[in-house]
Write a protein that binds this ligand. Structure first.
Ligand SMILES: C[S@@+](CC[C@H](N)C(=O)[O-])C[C@H]1O[C@@H](n2cnc3c(N)ncnc32)[C@H](O)[C@@H]1O
Length: 233
């Protein structure tokens, strides 16, 4: 079955009646604009849309009238804005999809965790690169002219959390380039890497250990885990 980040975010918002959705890394807004939530927050240093598109999207989805846009990188957003933004509301769902590098993605999750509802869910895109090119560094991707999908080494942040965070349950759904699902609570299982060991791992290592290291689950596990009815498609 195919399942994507938008369906997952929507199902969780509906199930828990979450009021607030945030997206780190929004690009043209393909995922952000259709999502319905009382309060939506967009964070990206370089939005690829203008006020006219925002207006058009507000006409087709009323949630977008009340959306807030922060044209900043996520580190600056969390350092300068987050406290005030989340003072009276916490995030129900946060999609982490900004810079696809180990330490950036990890920082985004760690920062977001401070402002999540108790039962809030972080969805992390790009956790399961299918090829060495998809898993390359940013500069290699840049040298290829930003062609094809780039997932970077976000997968290492999954290993990091599964090795160091006894307070988080982390797994990756095998769909949409690997959707990491991070919730507060007891982990199903843990790994025992140090951050230095994770730093040294290569894509070839991941290929040999993908299922175990990522705690990789079939897409349908999403419904089972959250007690949701599978939508008929
Ligand atoms: C893959 S796109 C996001 C796609 C979008 N989430 C979707 O599902 O359609 C990645 C975006 O992350 C943004 N980005 C890069 N570095 C970032 C950072 N440090 N903080 C936040 N966003 C960042 C880029 O400008 C780009 O628009």
């Amino acid at each position: 079955m195919s399942l994507n980040r938008q369906e997952i975010a929507t199902s969780l918002i509906n199930k828990h009646d979450f009021k607030t959705y945030a997206e780190i890394g929004v690009f043209v807004g393909k995922n952000f604009f259709p999502i319905k939530a009382e309060k939506k927050i967009a964070i990206d240093p370089d939005f690829k849309f203008n006020w006219f598109k925002k207006l058009k999207r507000a006409i087709t989805n009323a949630s977008n009238w009340n959306a807030s846009y922060y044209e900043l990188d996520s580190d600056r957003f969390f350092a300068e804005k987050a406290k005030a933004v989340f003072k009276s509301r916490k995030m129900g769902v946060c999609l982490v999809d900004g810079m696809h590098e180990y330490h950036y993605a990890l920082r985004d999750v760690e920062n977001a965790l401070q402002y999540m509802e108790k039962n809030g869910v972080i969805i992390m895109h790009d956790c399961n690169p299918a090829t060495p090119a998809a898993a390359s560094t940013f500069s290699e991707w840049e040298a290829r002219g930003f062609k094809d999908n780039w997932n970077g080494d976000v997968w290492k942040s999954i290993l990091h959390m599964r090795s160091t965070r006894k307070d988080l349950n982390v797994f990756v759904l095998d769909c949409d380039f690997g959707l990491g699902i991070i919730t507060k609570g007891e982990p199903e299982s843990m790994l025992s890497f140090t951050p230095e060991e994770i730093e040294r791992l290569t894509y070839a290592d991941l290929v040999k250990n993908r299922e175990a290291w990522l705690n990789l689950k079939p897409a349908s596990y999403f419904y089972e885990h959250f007690g949701l009815q599978q939508s008929a498609k």
